[in-house]
Design a binder for this molecule. Structure first.
Ligand code: SF4
Length: 102
């Protein structure tokens, strides 16, 4: 069995078209559209749906307030802007600036 993963962090790059093209060319292909926002591979392939299952993602990441020093490094380095400025460390753990001052 061969597995092909088509992935990109940017939308509108043609991932679904490429994946659908590979799936259409393959014989006995199993395709999984794992797009969390718009899983629309089925619009191109019109598959026969044999099973449906509930999807459960991983737990949401959280800052451990008992260990956070408020250094701001996570805010500085997160390329997805997933860390918000309004996160503050407990005063007893604060070694540097609070994130709100960034
Ligand atoms: S502010 Fe610093 S200590 Fe707190 S979660 Fe971010 S990187 Fe870790």
């Amino acid at each position: 069995m061969r597995q092909i993963l088509v992935i990109s962090g940017k939308g509108g790059t043609g991932k679904t078209i490429i994946a659908a093209s590979f799936a259409a060319l393959a014989k006995n292909a199993v395709a999984a559209d794992c797009d969390v926002d718009a899983a629309d591979l089925y619009l191109l392939l019109h598959p026969e749906i044999k099973e449906r299952h509930k999807f459960k993602g991983l737990p949401r990441a959280e800052i451990d307030q008992d260990r956070c020093t408020g250094c701001g490094r996570c805010y500085d380095v997160c390329r997805f802007n997933a860390v918000q400025k309004n996160i503050t460390a407990k005063p007893q753990h604060r070694k540097t600036r609070p994130l709100t001052s960034l």
